[in-house]
Ligand binder design. Sequence first.
Ligand SMILES: [Zn+2]
Length: 312
Amino acid sequence: MEEYPHNLLDLEQQFATDQACRAYLFQLRWPDGFRCPACGHDKAWDLKTGGFKCVRCGHKTSVIAGTVFEGTRKSLVLWFRAIWWVTSQKNGASALGVKRILGLGSYETAWTWLHKLRRAMVRPGQDRLSGSIQVDETYIGGEKPGKRGRGAAGKTLVVIAAQEDGDATGRIRLRQVADASARSLEAAVQEMVEPGGVIKTDGWDGYNGLDALGYRRRIIRKTAEVGENPLPLCHREAALIKRWLDGTHQGAVSHEHLSYYLDEYTFRFNRRTSQYRGKLFLRLLQNAVTLEPVGYHNIILAVRGRRPKHKM
Ligand SMILES: [Zn+2]
């Protein structure tokens, strides 16, 4: 199924009711018809609640059970609006913006929704970049470059992998890492790039082991400090990410939650040339109904982070 709304009016007309939203999710979740999540059977009774009861094993489920929408007390109509705002705008949406636009009662609700959706933006086991890749690190949350390998107070180190497409950037991957040690950098590169790829870096020792891991490393720049004279594609990406965090999110992103924002940035950047914004809406919903649900407390616990601070 490749049907998606093309504009706001489309969205409002197609998804005016909870029922219409559920029917759409059903198609995304079970394109070949209902499957019992417990036993795999393909026949179910319809329940008055809108859910299903498996004819064979009696398991009760619904189209949102086991998805990011599980347990929500709000209408899916509102969720669909939120997803539309996040995917249709070039820079996405902040929690404050979503709260205002949807008329949600609490900032925390909007914040939690956006975090749940970020979880659905990058699927586990996503494909890795291949070809020729520039790799460099940048500090987020600090003004001055820091010493490599030691970490810097109040700053988060992020590894940027930018695929070369002529002089431009193809696709990207981003990873938050603990430090610039060989161990951290090698693990990050292995998650982001297919073996066999050409990895272009500066002269930092932390990348010395890449050849032994099946990559072809090329040193294209000599430098000592993170953030000084970085590789061009990575430099451009670092600037865009910082501008986005400072602009759309007004610098309110804590270090504990940064990796989820990086996922959102990656999701949007890698689809920036998509002709139809509605496709992002479709992709996000597809992911949202096939990933494990994450509750507010799980988000907090998983990242050991603080509760969102500002309540405006
Ligand atoms: Zn069953």
